[in-house]
Design a protein around this ligand. Structure first.
Ligand SMILES: Cc1cc2nc3c(=O)[nH]c(=O)nc-3n(C[C@H](O)[C@H](O)[C@H](O)COP(=O)(O)OP(=O)(O)OC[C@H]3O[C@@H](n4cnc5c(N)ncnc54)[C@H](O)[C@@H]3O)c2cc1C
Length: 532
């Protein structure tokens, strides 16, 4: 038995790696363990096995504001080789008639595009961005970069400032109510909701009305990692190794060990036991952590119940079609709007607000809705992701996990659905029907769960954002703030505050809590919004 480690982290998703890197820099000896053959979880880039040199980002690709994250700076990830670009025409919603709604990194250019649809909406956009910029900078950014406050303390804190009171007022709406109340044009409404839906908040839920103005006012937009998303994981691992940390992959976990009520290590499937003096932090979901990996005797029944009841997003699962191409997609609409040749995220099939209701209804019934899809051609901005002169592209669609009531239906249905998506894509970019496609492969929501079992039911956000699963109560009351009712056992993955996506903030905040509990050095400078 080894007693060499101060801490063990379960999983090597980016949150786990961020946590590990901070604590290694605090002087702790930390090991991370993952069952996958490659570390990084949702930071995955694979080389096409049939066509060497074509790289595909099979999980995350659009990394919002990563270069502005405190951990990106603190861990010197640029020095470790991470490089990002934030394309100027960040999002384009292309309509069948050739018009396009465009979101630029420059607000004025976005407002000009909005004005083509409605000058009133363009003014409304400017007004909300002006009003919400200080709210984003002074409240929302520090809030997600801190362990969450109790709902009561949060409200009391917000009520003390005019910006806080305004945030509470707007937050009380649902995103749907916000958009219907503030914007008049149907394309703009649909675009804003879709843009927001990418973050997977249930658009009908009150309490999230601020999410759209917050997104619009955010100083950074979607970015991409040069060389592929996996380069970010490699940079994190480089920092960890430089500080003496260890990353072990291809290991199967059997159990989290608990002695005298305290987490003290893990047992692997092959019987090996690895112990840690200080902590075990799980980057996995609550069911895996408390039910699958822990002896029922070691977990109070109330905790087992709450872990079992943790819920997943209905609308989060993605279906992906990945292409290796001789040429980039050439959009018909670019003949009149040449800027579309440099559009980063391209949304197709979306024209009106009502489509949301159709998509939600189809998810509830396990049906495929009329396609709305979005994607990118990474090689437009990073030629290194394909052989010289060639391209890669992908498009995603939100589709139900349990297709026709059974997730296994995806294995028979996915090729055909991939073809249908390509047909729709080719209606907008006709060269995709002309021998441009060298290779394609589809991945279903079931494939997501198979690769990353923490994304239960294909939920790439690792848990829904209902009121009892956000902030202080994420994943559930009693296990918020990254501590769990089991001594020395912590959570650090997307099922904790502030939730899934590539933000690294679950791991960043968990590092602060664990360092404080262990009396380890907090060498960085975390913001003051919350209390550890
Ligand atoms: C198709 C797809 C597209 C996405 N696109 C985007 C995007 O564009 N932008 C964005 O911000 N986010 C995107 N996401 C979401 C993002 O990838 C996740 O929210 C994020 O990766 C969650 O990070 P995490 O740190 O919680 O862990 P994860 O990245 O989920 O990693 C968890 C790790 O735990 C390991 N693991 C799981 N179970 C076990 C076990 N039992 N034993 C040992 N190890 C285990 C896994 O192998 C994995 O390495 C996408 C996800 C998918 C699937």
């Amino acid at each position: 038995m080894s007693h060499d480690y101060d801490g063990i982290v379960l999983g090597t998703g980016h949150n786990a790696l961020v946590l590990q890197a901070y604590l290694c820099r605090s002087g702790l000896r930390v090991l991370s363990l993952d069952q996958a053959a490659v570390p990084g979880g949702g930071l995955a880039t694979i080389e096409n096995p049939r066509h060497p040199g074509f790289l595909h980002n099979t999980h995350s690709f659009f990394h919002r504001a990563v270069t502005a994250m405190p951990w990106y700076r603190d861990l010197e990830l640029q020095r470790h080789g991470a490089r990002y670009v934030e394309p100027e025409l960040n999002v384009a919603l292309i309509l069948p008639d050739g018009r396009a709604l465009e979101w630029w990194t420059d607000l004025e250019r976005t407002a000009v595009s909005f004005a083509e649809f409605s000058s009133t909406d363009a003014e409304t956009l400017r007004r909300w961005v002006d009003e919400f910029r200080p709210i984003v900078e002074r409240i929302l950014i520090p809030e997600v970069q801190s362990p969450p406050l109790t709902p009561e303390k949060r409200r009391a804190k917000l009520e003390r400032s005019p910006e806080g009171r305004r945030l509470l007022e707007v937050q009380a709406l649902s995103p749907l109510e916000f958009v219907e109340r503030e914007f008049e044009n149907d394309v703009i409404r649909a675009g804003l909701l879709f843009f927001n839906g990418l973050r997977e908040v249930d658009l009908r839920l009150r309490g999230f009305g601020h999410s759209i103005p917050a997104l619009l006012a955010s100083p950074h937009k979607a970015q991409m990692c040069l060389g592929g998303s996996a380069r970010l994981a490699e940079a994190l691992i480089a920092d960890i190794r430089q500080q003496g940390g260890e990353v072990r992959i291809g290991v199967r976990l059997r159990a989290i060990l608990v002695r005298a009520g305290r987490a003290c290590g893990v047992e692997l499937e092959d019987g090996e036991r690895v112990e840690a003096r200080g902590f075990v932090a799980s980057g996995l979901n609550p069911q895996q952590t408390f039910l699958e990996l822990m002896d029922a005797q070691a977990v109070p029944s109330s905790l087992r119940e709450r872990a079992g009841a943790f819920r997943y997003n209905l609308l989060a699962p993605l279906f992906a079609l990945n292409l290796a191409l001789h040429q980039r997609p050439r959009y018909k609409a670019a003949e009149k709007r040449p800027e579309l040749d440099r559009a980063f995220m391209v949304i197709l099939g979306l024209e009106r607000l009502d489509q949301f209701h159709e998509i939600v209804g189809a998810h509830e019934e396990g049906r495929v809705p009329p396609t709305v899809m979005w994607g990118a051609c990474p090689t437009l901005f990073d030629p290194s992701q394909a052989p010289p002169g060639k391209h890669t592209a992908f498009t995603w669609e939100k589709l139900p996990y349990a297709l026709n009531g059974d997730p296994a239906s995806w294995d028979a249905a996915k090729e055909e659905h991939g073809r249908a998506m390509l047909e729709l894509w080719a209606r907008f970019a006709p060269n995709l029907a002309d021998g441009t496609v060298l290779d394609s492969f589809a991945r279903s929501p079931l494939d997501t769960e198979r690769t990353l079992p923490n994304m239960r039911r294909g939920d790439l956000l690792v848990g829904s954002f209902d009121h009892d699963q956000v902030g202080y109560n994420r994943p559930f009351e009693g296990a918020g703030q990254y501590r769990t009712p089991i001594a020395a056992l912590y959570l650090c993955g997307g099922s904790t505050h502030p939730g899934g996506n590539i933000t690294g903030l679950c791991g960043y905040n968990a590092a602060r809590v664990i360092a404080a509990d262990l009396g380890a050095k907090v060498w960085w400078n975390p913001p003051e919004f919350g209390a550890a």
